[in-house]
Structure formats: C-alpha cells, structure tokens
Ligand binder design. Structure first.
Ligand code: 5GP
Ligand code: MN
Length: 345
C-alpha cells in the first residue's frame, strides 16, 4: 500500500522546520469540525513526541459531540483568549495551518494576525484551490480528510510507530467525520489500510462513532424531526431540496452549537435527490445566514457555493454565507436550485 505522499524534498523541509522551531502554533478554521480538531490534536501529539510544546488555536467554539476528544481541553479558543492567541502568533517561529486553504477561513481577526505573523507557515489541507502564503503547502484535494493526509505525512516522517492511542483516535475521528462515517469519499483501499494501522493503537472505533453520531440532545432530535416534517422543501423534478432554520426555530429548539450539523445530509436519502441546501440564521448578527450544501456524485456543490453563497469547499460538501434576511436567502437558494437543474453534469 502506498501511503507516502510527500516529495523527498518536502519531507526533508518539514522535518527541518520542526527541528529548528521551538515556538509552534497549530491552528484551524472557524466553526471547527472533527477533521479540524482531529488534525490539530493529532499533529500536536506528534510534535510533543518531538520534544515541542505546540499551542493549538481555533477561532471559536466547537460542537459538544467533539468535547470527548483527548486533550481537547488544551485547545485555545480565540474568541475567549484573544491575547494568548495574538501573542502566540506574533512570537511563533512556525505555524501549521490545518484543514483550511485561505486565511479568511479563520475569521477577520485571526486572519490579519496570521498574515502579520513573522512565522514560517506550513499548510496541511485537502480543500481545492489553496491560497495561503507558506513555505510549504501540503495540499491534496484528493484526500478524504486532512487527518488522512496528516497520517500519511507522519507515517512518511517515521512518526507512526510511537504514535499514542490519543494521537490515533484523533486522526481516526477526523477521517470518520469528514467521510460521514466512511459513507462518502472513502472508497480508496488506502483509507482502510490506514484505519487498520490506527486500530493497532487500541482504541474503540465503535465508541468513537457513538461519541460523535449518537451524542445528541433530545432537542436536537426534535429539531431534526421538525426540519424534515415542516421545513424541508423538495423539488423532485429539479433533484434538489432546501430548508431554512430561523432564529425563532433556534430559540424554540434550545439550539446549541453543532445541533444543525449533519441535518443537511439527510435529504440526500430521498430517492433522486442530488443536491441539498441548508440555510440557518445567525443567532447574533442580523442579516447573516449560514449556508451548507451537500451533493452526490458529479454534482459540484462547491461551484454552487461559490456562485451563489460566497463560499466554496469540496465537490460534495461545501458551505458559505449570505448577508441578507432568511427570506431573501430562500430566494437565492431557489435560484441556485434552478441553476443546478439546468446544468448538464
Ligand atoms: P459545513 O457545511 O460542514 O459547514 O461545511 C462543509 C464543507 O465546506 C467543509 O469542508 C468546509 O471546509 C467547507 N466550507 C464551508 N464554508 C466555506 C467557505 O466559506 N469557503 C470555503 N472555501 N469552504 C467552505
Ligand atoms: Mn476537512
């Protein structure tokens, strides 16, 4: 099985960058997901084994169902500890940018701080069209997840043998969440070779699944029922659906971070549906609507995200945002759905 992914010179550069740096920051994107946190914690575990003391920084809160990740309490949230993150970035020698392809994905403030930081930057990411000022960009959109890519990098650097159970479970978690529990983007045999290797570290993969996917509040289940029953609009002829969650719904269903996660995948279970769009009003900012898109096969929802929703992402999983009312956002979703229906894939 061919796991190595770096060119020899890339591997040598990465090794020497790590060896020569003491002050290291590992960061990931806004609204961090399993792959973002898993890759940060996985890389930090590797760096600690190299005698480093990396600081992990993310812009804001992560969902409850990821709190169980080992050492997640060491992650520093920028929205709560601005100065710590600001100082760390200003003084860093090396910054790892994981699971994002543009500094803007960090949100305005950290984006500026990252750009201003004198540190050398290394990107490890699987989103298409990277645009980040780095000394080394390990960008592989063909990877299922940043965690899969990170595993391959660590493996190539000879870091697997001493990987701890904590490191293995973090990497596994990111691979699992970015593939919907290995139900999409996951047909490459190497993925299952990697899983077989990770499992030698002795964690319970079934428990990881339950921790992530069977860890909802009763309110989230009710929200799901409500959205599917009352909110989902299905356009069979156009092979698409959308739903819109309002600020009122969010209040009524005692919404907490992560509760909307995964809802957008559900309409794809309907026969013939190849595009699902979710719209969600922000709880704090007027006229901000978060958009998630999912698609199957060669329907490129990242193109739709770019064209209609100020966003982007992967071919089958993308996101974006609209600066308007929810009503107006629904109109944009309809335009996107019609555009999708007319397009020949
Ligand atoms: P989600 O729907 O889970 O928020 O996002 C799905 C995917 O789309 C994630 O992999 C995320 O990285 C990507 N994504 C979400 N928002 C944006 C965006 O504004 N720009 C880009 N380029 N990708 C996004
Ligand atoms: Mn990812």
């Amino acid at each position: 099985m061919h796991i190595e992914i770096l060119k020899d010179e890339e591997a040598a550069l990465l090794k020497s960058l790590i060896e020569q740096s003491e002050k290291i920051v590992v960061c990931s994107h806004q609204n961090p997901d399993g792959d973002a946190l898993g890759s940060c914690l996985g890389l930090a575990e590797y760096l600690k084994r190299q005698g480093k003391e990396p600081l992990i920084a993310v812009p804001d809160a992560y969902p409850d169902f990821l709190q169980w990740l080992p050492d997640s309490q060491t992650i520093v949230r920028f929205d709560k500890h601005k100065e710590t993150v600001e100082n760390a970035l200003a003084n860093a020698e090396l910054v790892f940018c994981l699971d994002f392809n543009r500094a803007e994905r960090l949100g305005n403030d950290i984006c500026q701080m990252l750009k201003a930081s004198p540190a050398k930057k290394v990107m490890i990411d699987h989103h298409p069209d990277p645009d980040l000022d780095t000394v080394l960009s390990i960008s592989h959109p063909e990877m299922s997840s940043t965690c899969e890519l990170l595993f391959r990098v660590e493996w190539q650097l000879g870091g697997f043998e001493k990987m701890t159970k904590k490191g293995a479970v973090s990497i596994y978690c990111g691979m699992m969440t970015d593939t919907g529990g290995f139900t999409f983007n996951s047909s490459k045999p190497e993925i299952f070779f990697i899983i077989s290797q990770l499992l030698t570290k002795g964690f319970d993969k079934d428990k990881v699944y339950r921790n992530v996917f069977h860890n909802y509040s009763d309110w989230r289940m009710r929200l799901m029922g409500y959205v599917l029953y009352q909110k989902m609009r299905v356009f069979h002829d156009w092979h698409a659906t959308y739903f819109a969650i309002s600020r009122q719904d969010i209040k009524r269903f005692h919404f907490i971070k992560g509760d909307a996660e995964g809802l957008v995948n559900l309409p794809l279970q309907i026969k013939g549906i190849s595009l699902s769009i979710s719209l969600r009003e922000d709880t704090e900012h007027e006229n901000l609507v978060w958009v998630s898109l999912r698609s199957v096969d060669n329907v490129a929802c990242n193109e739709i995200a770019e064209r209609f929703f100020n966003g982007g992402g992967h071919r089958n999983a993308s996101g974006g945002r609209l600066y308007c009312s929810l009503e107006e956002a629904e109109k944009t979703a309809m335009e996107a759905i019609k555009w999708h229906a007319e397009k020949q894939y």
